[in-house]
Write a protein that binds this ligand. Structure first.
Ligand SMILES: [Ca+2]
Ligand SMILES: [Ca+2]
Ligand SMILES: [Ca+2]
Length: 436
């Protein structure tokens, strides 16, 4: 399901095959000629870079799948219509409705990695009492192609995800306030983009499995930072995305394209909880267990350019500094505290080895997040975990103001419309009386 993950062998080659398998029918143009200049950015290379972060960390092995309880069924078809009118092939795997009518279950919406469709997805959680939603974003699908064209996780695909989330939320067997999103690898670009642009969607949590942070990482540019051109992957990335990183092509057109496709731009605006799953050997970025040659990483004075799992730290920091009420890296057994900021010298504890060596990490994570209490609805303006008269008073103090005016309060502008008006009052009143 995760196009960039590979349990055995030469991961990079396998990822190439998998990605091109999906990319070829989608009309991806294979690059010709030489790429633009490298992206060293004047970095001072430090061949003696500190690798202590890579030290092995014991992991209490997860228990695996619990006993199964529910008989399941699959419902599939063109069940969801995107905002632009294109029909999306969507698959629901759930406890059988005829046997469990009237019951409600937590739900998970899955965004696969690479440019993969979701039609083959199955987390095997329905038997444990979850409702799974898998879908083919526009232009994707082998046996059940969705309408539209491949958007490479830009705004069109993010709007597809929004439609699937709203569809999932509308299902009679889905618990209110207990819907999560799971993204694999490049899927974070669709997931964070969607949830950052539409922070009022009823999503309780996002689980991000080793997703890239920005155009530099997505374009595999870290591989070009060492002295070995033999491990470089930016041409491969260009073959997939049809775009160079911004340091190779800073044209306004390229900037506009990437502006829709960098998780760093949107993740800080998400209102849901955020869990990052990350192993010490990332499936795509250096240093990588499957790809020799990247024996050091370039490191300027403040180590801002690249170091192991920097993309993970960048994303969790942005979510923690942003609107997310709770963030964490990896499962609770690793001991990383929630809501923690990290840097090169203070990294979180990573899963040992590769994430694929921890096959239950994601389903354990889904169970943990689903068991957490519901989020405080939007409208807790004073941040005391309830929505009461004090919050309403704060909103009314900014009523009928717009961005730039004296009394405008962006926290009271609950729908990010730029003005505090009746729409924001309606959102607050919808959660009025909530007590955390
Ligand atoms: Ca290289
Ligand atoms: Ca409050
Ligand atoms: Ca507003």
């Amino acid at each position: 399901m995760y196009a960039q993950k590979e349990p055995t062998g030469r991961g990079a080659y396998a990822a190439l095959i998998i990605l091109l398998t999906f990319a070829a029918p989608l009309g991806v143009v294979v690059a010709a000629g030489q790429p633009p200049a490298a992206c060293d950015g004047g970095v001072t290379r430090d061949a003696s870079g500190d690798r202590s972060v890579m030290a092995a960390t014991p992991l209490n092995s997860t228990v695996g799948a619990p006993p199964r309880t529910y008989e399941t069924e699959t419902i599939a078809g063109y069940l969801v219509t995107a905002p632009n009118g294109n029909r999306l092939w969507t698959k629901i795997i759930q406890p059988r409705h005829d046997l469990y009518a009237g019951q409600r279950f937590p739900a998970i919406v899955v965004v696969p990695g690479g440019l993969s469709p979701g039609e083959e997805g199955d987390l095997h959680l329905a038997a444990d009492g979850f409702v799974e939603f898998h879908f083919n974003a526009e232009g994707r699908g082998v046996t059940h192609p969705s309408e539209g064209v491949e958007d490479r996780n830009g705004f069109v695909h993010q709007d597809d995800l929004r439609a699937v989330i709203e569809f999932a939320d509308s299902r009679p067997n889905v618990q209110a306030d207990n819907l999560g999103v799971l993204t694999g690898s490049y899927g974070i670009t669709m997931g964070a983009g969607c949830l950052g642009r539409y922070p009022l969607l009823p999503v309780k949590y996002l689980i991000d499995r080793e997703g890239p942070s920005d155009n530099f990482v997505t374009s595999y540019e870290p591989w070009a930072l060492d002295d070995d051109p033999g491990n470089d992957r930016h041409v491969f990335a260009h073959n997939v995305f049809g775009h160079w990183s911004l340091c190779r092509d800073s044209s306004p057109a390229n900037e506009a394209w990437w502006s829709q496709r960098e998780a760093t731009r949107y993740i800080g605006n998400m209102r849901c909880r955020y869990l990052r799953l990350q192993a010490e050997w990332d499936h795509a970025q250096p240093p990588n267990a499957d790809w020799p040659g990247f024996d050091f990483w370039p490191c300027d004075d403040d180590c801002s350019c690249w170091y192991p799992c920097k993309h993970a730290i960048d994303l969790v920091n942005l979510a923690t500094l942003g609107r997310s009420p709770w963030t964490r890296v990896n499962g609770p057994e690793l001991g990383n505290a929630p809501d923690t900021l990290y840097d090169h010298d203070h990294p979180p504890v990573w899963y040992t080895g590769r994430l694929v060596n921890h096959p239950y990490a994601e389903t354990d994570a889904i169970r943990e997040m689903a068991a957490m209490p519901p989020l405080t609805p939007p409208g807790d303006l004073d941040g005391d975990d309830d929505i009461d008269l004090a919050d309403l008073a704060l909103l009314l103090a900014a009523y009928f103001t717009c961005d730039g005016e004296a009394d405008y309060n962006p926290e009271a502008d609950l729908d990010d419309s730029g003005c505090v008006d009746l729409a924001d009052v309606s959102i607050l009143l919808a959660g009025y009386g909530f007590a955390g």
